[in-house]
Ligand binder design. Structure first.
Ligand SMILES: *[C@@H]1O[C@H](CO)[C@@H](O)[C@H](O)[C@H]1NC(C)=O
Ligand SMILES: *[C@@H]1O[C@H](CO)[C@@H](O)[C@H](O)[C@H]1NC(C)=O
Ligand SMILES: *[C@@H]1O[C@H](CO)[C@@H](O)[C@H](O)[C@H]1NC(C)=O
Ligand SMILES: *[C@@H]1O[C@H](CO)[C@@H](O)[C@H](O)[C@H]1NC(C)=O
Ligand SMILES: *[C@@H]1O[C@H](CO)[C@@H](O)[C@H](O)[C@H]1NC(C)=O
Ligand SMILES: *[C@@H]1O[C@H](CO)[C@@H](O)[C@H](O)[C@H]1NC(C)=O
Ligand SMILES: *[C@@H]1O[C@H](CO)[C@@H](O)[C@H](O)[C@H]1NC(C)=O
Length: 472
């Protein structure tokens, strides 16, 4: 069994791209402040929440091979590596994993969707590149089937450059629908958060060009999309041969910082995850911005949104869990999670004070919670901390929410109904992790459900309740 070589994985990413060029000019080495900023920040960056994981002592740390995609968890791995070798604490966290490569061009830009070509008249006129505008660059499996766009520059108009049929005064953003999207978590991490980062600064004065567009996805997220663009969303594959859309400025691809994460040190600079949750609350016109004391009105029962899940990592004893929470004083709302009507469930989530669920995409509903609310992540048994922390734990406090965690024990796992106690999956999850994401996710993410130990989980609910009560 080959242990995962973290350094090698990082190099793989590095060879793809270390930084996102602000302009094509930057690609060709012209000076660009942003580029310099990046070069500088690669070497000076330290993880702001270091305390969050400073207490990790376990040198059997989950090694998650796919997480080199994910900035925060790359640091977790790095941390684990260093703990193993006894490296001093301050030698960690010097890496950035570029989730996305994007290009920004200005000038006379003509988009021919039919041939997936972008013609760009600029003074140099000798540059060209190919781009797959989807923000999962370190994920070759996903990227290989994505449509590629070519950008060619010309010093001046000639017969090779098509005539504009529509001139637009506002900029365009070109991106791909696809990958793992249609999973609620990936809708956020791969498209909605990157779109927010890329488009928000235009205050609606921007047009989206989508390739491989899925109209039902656009419909599902229309509330969000309409708040980012005032203009019609163009299915760029269907514009037809004779339609050439022209712009003065364009972003090809999306800004993306990490898995379900926003880093204020990366472009567009200064955005935080709570800016994103503010934006979500505003877009859906949600009533509660934060939990706060209402001295006059009588305190209402705190609301718990309990995610039951339908296919895997199900919460088997959700009824008993709900009964216990009710006895503790919660009003409980059960939700399967993930594909509920969004506008309605955004309202429901916002009315809640606590959201609790086994690790999974429905925890993304946290983006609708009022600030100070609590997110309880139940981590299924099988050394899944790496992926669970990477996807949610680090982000929750950045959304100005309180993070609580419950790690299920082996006795709370239905894997015991499937495998004998002496099976390797039960005895040595660490070795299963070493075989990579496809192997361990099948066993620990897909085959297992959770039967909560109510006595123990009660403690976590009480902690959540006490936190929420401060604001009543
Ligand atoms: C690491 O795992 C081994 C075998 O699974 C176990 O014996 C050991 O106690 C673990 N170490 C820690 C720090 O958990
Ligand atoms: C484009 O032309 C400029 C000047 O004519 C030259 O310096 C540059 O190297 C060329 N770039 C490419 C990619 O050929
Ligand atoms: C148009 O300009 C490009 C770049 O200068 C050149 O390669 C191409 O041959 C020209 N096409 C025609 C039809 O003149
Ligand atoms: C678009 O603008 C260009 C120059 O800016 C002009 O030549 C062309 O006629 C315009 N096309 C349309 C369809 O308005
Ligand atoms: C987004 O929604 C908010 C609240 O409804 C509104 O104030 C803002 O103007 C909207 N922005 C755009 C670009 O539509
Ligand atoms: C992000 O949030 C901070 C703090 O609330 C605020 O000062 C800043 O203006 C926000 N940025 C944007 C782009 O909304
Ligand atoms: C949960 O409780 C409800 C109401 O008591 C009942 O109808 C339902 O069958 C229960 N579901 C399970 C899975 O036990």
């Amino acid at each position: 069994m080959k242990p995962i070589n973290f350094q090698e994985e990082m190099k793989l990413c590095k060879t793809i791209q270390w930084f996102q060029p602000k302009t094509l000019a930057a690609v060709f080495g012209l000076s660009c402040l942003l580029l310099l900023y990046f070069l500088a920040s690669n070497y000076s960056y330290t993880f702001e929440n270091i305390d969050d994981w400073d207490n990790i002592q376990d040198d059997n740390f989950t090694v998650v091979d796919e997480t080199w995609l994910c900035f925060s968890s790359a640091k977790i791995l790095h941390r684990a590596e260093n703990l193993r070798r006894g490296v001093p604490k301050d030698s960690i966290c010097r890496l950035r994993v570029p989730k996305s490569i994007y290009y920004e061009i200005d000038g006379d830009i003509r988009v021919d969707g039919d041939s997936s070509s972008i013609f760009w008249i600029n003074s140099q006129g000798n540059e060209s590149l190919k781009a797959k505008p989807f923000p999962r660059n370190c994920d070759p499996t996903i990227m290989k089937d994505m449509k590629e766009f070519s950008v060619k520059s010309f010093p001046h108009q000639n017969e090779s450059v098509p005539q504009c049929t529509s001139n637009h005064s506002y900029p365009a953003i070109l991106f791909t629908y696809g990958g793992y999207t249609a999973n609620f978590f990936h809708d956020f991490t791969d498209l909605l958060i990157p779109l927010f980062l890329t488009a928000h600064r235009y205050h609606g004065e921007v047009q989206f060009l989508i390739t491989n567009m899925n109209p039902s996805w656009v419909e599902r997220y229309s509330t969000v999309l309409k708040n980012l663009t005032r203009y019609e969303i163009i299915d760029i594959d269907k514009v037809g041969h004779s339609n050439i859309n022209c712009y003065k400025s364009m972003t090809i691809g999306l800004y993306a910082h990490g898995e379900f994460a926003i880093d204020p040190l990366m472009p567009p600079l200064g955005y935080t995850f709570s800016n994103f949750t503010d934006f979500m609350r505003r877009s859906f016109s949600l009533e509660r911005y934060m939990l706060r004391k209402h001295d006059k009105s009588p305190p209402r029962k705190p609301k718990l949104l309990l995610i039951t899940r339908r296919w895997n990592r199900k919460l088997i004893n959700f009824n008993e869990t709900a009964t216990m929470a009710t006895d503790l004083g919660f009003q409980v709302i059960l939700m399967e999670g993930g594909d509920e009507p969004l506008d309605k469930f955004a309202q429901i989530a916002n009315s809640c004070d606590v959201i609790a669920g086994v690790h999974g995409s429905a925890l993304s509903y946290m983006v609708f919670l009022p600030q100070n609310a609590v997110v309880i992540q139940i981590i299924p048994w099988g050394r899944l901390e790496g992926v669970c922390w990477c996807n949610f734990a680090f982000t929750v406090p950045k959304a100005k929410l309180k993070y609580l965690e419950y790690q299920a024990s082996l006795d709370e796992s239905t894997l015991l109904n499937k495998y004998p106690r002496d099976h390797r999956y039960i005895q040595d999850p660490f070795s299963v992790h070493m075989e990579g994401w496809y192997v361990y996710s099948k066993v620990y993410m897909q085959e297992q459900d959770v039967i909560l130990d109510l006595q123990r989980f009660r403690g976590t609910l009480v902690e959540a309740l006490e936190h929420v009560k401060q604001f009543q």
